[in-house]
Design a protein around this ligand. Structure first.
Ligand SMILES: NC(=O)c1ccc[n+]([C@@H]2O[C@H](COP(=O)([O-])OP(=O)(O)OC[C@H]3O[C@@H](n4cnc5c(N)ncnc54)[C@H](OP(=O)(O)O)[C@@H]3O)[C@@H](O)[C@H]2O)c1
Length: 264
């Protein structure tokens, strides 16, 4: 199926590694013009070189911090200038898992505020700056990258993903009539550059093999393996495409069937 994405213009926050970088690669392969941001210039330069190498496409990289409104506005303005407009926004920049993972007696309110500032308010800052461009041609897409913690308890920082599901439906209600579809993808445990070093450290700590660590991490996942970041990117590319015209306001998991809860 041709996704009809060729020539569309996308901005991706946190595109220098992990899921954001995979989304940039898949969209670039589909012929999308791309701008990414992150806080570290060296990582952005490396991502740009990797994407050029893998897809043959040059992308725009901008150093920007999504916790800073002025920084977000200058990223979006530079992207719109460079690309000649914006059709697709992928809100992705955040620390996976969040900062507040432990029990209440060790939970730090300032860390929770930092998590929410990055992932919830940060996504809002970027959507607000990009909105005029997305509405301009009467067609646009916003894809928020949440996380399956939205659907089960476990870590206090998980609440940011639930907040984003609400944000997604609210923006869909507002922007749908103007041709902008808004959806959220909830990844579960997803393989990125961080996974192997994390598994190695855990294996060492527990004195088990890396294979055993991976098997334990996959036990509650229906497909019995953690998902590759590219697999999340394929869903993002479909939702970004004109082919997903009937889908908006939805929360869609890409977690390989993690957990046992049923959603209507
Ligand atoms: N990986 C998983 O298993 C998993 C599971 C569920 C949900 N998710 C969600 O998926 C998204 C991506 O996760 P990931 O695993 O790909 O993370 P990652 O590998 O750590 O990459 C995060 C990206 O975001 C950028 N970033 C972080 N904070 C930023 C900020 N304030 N301003 C601008 N850029 C920022 C990082 O670059 P700099 O550090 O240079 O800024 C990097 O490019 C996150 O929203 C995460 O919560 C991931």
């Amino acid at each position: 199926m041709d996704l009809d994405l060729c020539g569309k213009r996308a901005v991706i926050t946190g595109g220098s590694r992990g899921i954001g970088k995979s989304i940039a690669i898949v969209l670039a392969t589909e012929g999308v013009e791309i701008a990414i941001c992150g806080r570290n210039k060296d990582s952005l330069d490396q991502a740009s070189a990797d994407i050029l190498n893998e897809t043959g496409k040059s992308i725009l990289t901008v150093v920007a911090d999504t916790t800073d409104t002025a920084s977000v506005e200058s990223f979006i303005s530079a992207a719109a200038d460079h690309l000649g407009g914006i059709d697709i926004l992928v809100n992705n920049a955040a620390a996976p898992g969040g900062l507040v993972m432990g029990p209440l007696n060790t939970a730090d309110p300032d860390e929770l505020l930092a998590d929410i500032d990055t992932k919830v308010v940060g996504y809002m800052r970027v959507a607000k700056a990009a909105e005029p461009f997305l509405k301009e041609g009467g067609w646009g897409r916003i894809i928020n990258i949440g996380g399956l913690a939205a659907r089960s308890g476990g870590a206090i920082s998980g609440m940011r993903n639930l907040a984003l599901s609400h944000f997604t439906k609210t923006l869909s209600n507002e922007l749908g009539p103007q041709g902008v579809n808004v959806n959220i993808i909830h990844p579960g445990a997803t393989r990125t550059e961080r996974t192997d070093p994390m598994n190695q450290a855990q294996a060492k700590e527990k004195n088990v093999s890396i294979k055993e660590v991976e098997e334990a991490a996959s036990a509650g996942i229906d497909i019995r393996r953690i998902v590759e970041s590219e697999e999340v990117a394929f869903l993002a590319a479909f939702l970004a495409s004109p082919k997903a015209s009937a889908i908006t306001g939805e929360s869609i998991a890409a977690g390989g069937g993690a957990g046992s809860a049923v959603f209507q």
